[in-house]
Design a protein around this ligand. Structure first.
Ligand SMILES: *Cc1c(COP(=O)(O)O)cnc(C)c1O
Length: 334
């Protein structure tokens, strides 16, 4: 593990890479009481030539600093942390499997470590990075997921903090997730507001491909960054790749609000082409259907089909860049 301590009086102290080990913290440490915690999720990839790479780490660093600043924790130079994470990944190189879909998951985390029950800016903090090898999310090939639209709980709201990776955002999402699982669904779909705007699926951003009612054009759409969704690195990458590679094929790409009833009408009229979630863990996760208001909205897959064409192409493009099979400025050689 990599760890770096910070105090308000001394600033950041020397970074250390040590064996994985326990922390010893006073029970009054502020992280335990007021959730002074934020984190990132990223991966180191290896290709067949043994090269180790990070994928758009600058995006993770920018988001990490945005999260920490929101909870009065210090910032750390993004480029310096990329450097340290590169050294750390290179050191742990033997734990990075080279096969497609495999990687070393990296979890940068920052906590407030001041001993106090007073609510205030922490006078000390700890930044640490732990890692674990991970395999493909779908080891036996894609498995399309069934979602339950959650209409009784809200994950995030404009002006809130749901657009940041704060630990405090995640514990409250587990019960709605369990509720969905109890009724036989893999994940829940978070809606927002009385109009039931579609925001995110579990801890993934959500994309839908539809045929526009008026223009008849194919549209790939996802919710805009209005504070109600997490600003995913894969979301951003899918949007960029779609604009670069799908728009020339006649697709339109839209970051806009859309409602569950809009998706349901698209399905009824045969205009819902496919839907998928995006995130660092799975890259893309195909969606089979969404349970909403007592009905099942089918997201364009045949019964014998686990993934749609656009979902599959996106996964191949992004994995190709992540592993360095396609040379791309998003991939940073360690
Ligand atoms: C991390 C996360 C995502 C995905 O972000 P990526 O940067 O693409 O991995 C989406 N939604 C939530 C709620 C998240 O925490």
């Amino acid at each position: 593990m990599l760890s770096i301590e910070w105090t308000a009086s001394q600033g950041w102290l020397g970074p250390r890479i040590t064996p994985y080990q326990n922390f010893s913290l006073d029970p009054a440490t502020c992280v335990f009481h007021y959730a002074f915690e934020c984190f990132e999720g990223m991966k180191a990839y290896k290709n067949s030539k043994g090269q180790v790479r990070l994928f758009r780490p600058d995006k993770n660093m920018a988001r990490f600093n945005k999260s920490s600043a929101r909870i009065a924790l210090p910032n750390f130079s993004g480029t310096a942390l990329i450097d340290l994470i590169s050294k750390f990944s290179a050191m742990e190189e033997r734990f990075i499997p080279a096969a497609r879909g495999y990687s070393l998951y990296l979890r940068p985390t920052m906590i407030g470590t001041q001993r106090t029950l007073g609510v205030g800016p922490p006078g000390s903090a700890l930044l640490f990075v732990i890692a674990s090898p991970v395999g493909p999310y779908y080891p036996t090939g894609f498995k399309a997921v069934s979602l339950e639209a959650t209409d009784y709980a809200v994950r995030a709201w404009p002006g809130g903090v749901g657009n940041m990776k704060l630990g405090a955002n995640y514990a409250p999402c587990v019960v709605p997730q369990l509720q969905a699982a109890k009724r036989g669904f893999h994940q829940n779909l978070w809606l927002f507001g009385e109009k039931e705007f579609v925001t995110e699926v579990g801890t993934m951003n959500f994309f839908a491909a539809i045929r526009d009612k008026e223009t008849k054009k194919k549209v790939l759409m996802t919710a805009p960054l209005d504070g109600t969704i997490l600003e995913g690195v894969i979301r951003d990458s899918v949007l960029d790749l779609a604009r670069e590679r799908l728009v020339p094929e006649g697709w339109e790409v839209e970051e806009r609000k859309f409602t569950m009833s809009e998706l349901a009408s698209a399905e009824e009229e045969g205009r819902l082409i496919e839907a998928f979630g995006t995130g660092t863990a799975a890259v893309v996760s195909p969606v089979r259907n969404i349970h909403w208001k007592g009905r099942l909205v089918n997201c364009g897959l045949r019964e014998d089909q686990e993934v749609g064409e656009i979902t599959k192409r996106m996964k191949d493009w992004i994995e190709g860049i992540q592993h360095g099979d396609e040379e791309h400025p998003w991939s940073l050689k360690v």
